[in-house]
Design a protein. Structure first.
Length: 218
């Protein structure tokens, strides 16, 4: 690699993502992409990515998740939030042993576990891709099609770090297990759930309560 190469000019982690074909976008804070188009503009073009970080040297990194055929990087991220019982939910789904997959440590004490996305795609449980879906349980989000996720690198100020034992250099990307794959809710089930919620939310008048009481006793 020559000194004039755009990859040479990039922060090492950004360069590694690009060499692996992972689409990146500069982001500020929790969820503010800095380029027009947001995660849709994520790129692995070294010249373009270098220009972004020249303009915003303190930017954090987000990767575009989801299937390659749907514009993603071929990666699904299982986002575990300990404040809402994410690790307990994960243990119920796959058992107590931690998956040996590339893992990002988040500033909240949680983890982002990386998997290979199913080639045909995978729905997300959050963001633009989070349409009608069944989540995996409390404290877990799946970031796949039409979504993005924070990743280490870009700026030394980024609070995201790779797990010491499980990272892209030490742990393989493995296919997303079926038990961690969100299921889309059929239209009829969604309508039934909405109707049930509406019935529960509808106030019952005093006269209706008297009729219910009299029918129960009589």
């Amino acid at each position: 690699m020559t000194t004039g190469s755009p990859l040479y000019e990039l922060e090492p982690q950004l360069a590694d993502y690009i060499k692996r074909g992972i689409l990146v976008v500069p982001i500020r804070g929790k969820n503010q992409p800095l380029v027009r188009g947001g995660f849709y503009a994520a790129s692995r073009n070294p010249g373009l990515v270098a220009s972004w970080w020249q303009e915003w040297p303190d930017a954090w990194v987000a990767i575009r998740t989801g299937a390659i055929v749907n514009g993603g990087s071929g990666i699904v991220v299982v986002d575990i939030d300990p404040k809402h019982g994410g690790f307990e939910t994960l243990a119920q789904l796959i058992g107590p042993e931690k998956p040996k997959v590339p893992t990002v440590l988040s500033p909240s004490g949680g983890e982002h576990e990386w998997y290979l996305c199913p080639p045909a795609g995978c729905i997300s449980t959050i963001g633009k891709g989070g349409r009608r879906r069944k989540g995996l349980g409390p404290g877990i989000d799946v970031k796949a099609d039409l979504c993005h996720c924070h990743a280490p690198g870009g700026s030394p100020r980024s609070p995201y770090r790779w797990h010491e034992l499980y990272n892209l250099n030490t742990a393989p990307l493995t296919p997303l297990p079926a038990v961690l794959t969100p299921v889309e809710i059929p239209d009829d089930e969604e309508e039934t759930t909405a109707m049930a919620r509406q019935r529960c939310a509808t106030p019952v008048s005093a006269s209706a309560m008297r009729r219910l009481a009299s029918s129960a006793t009589g």
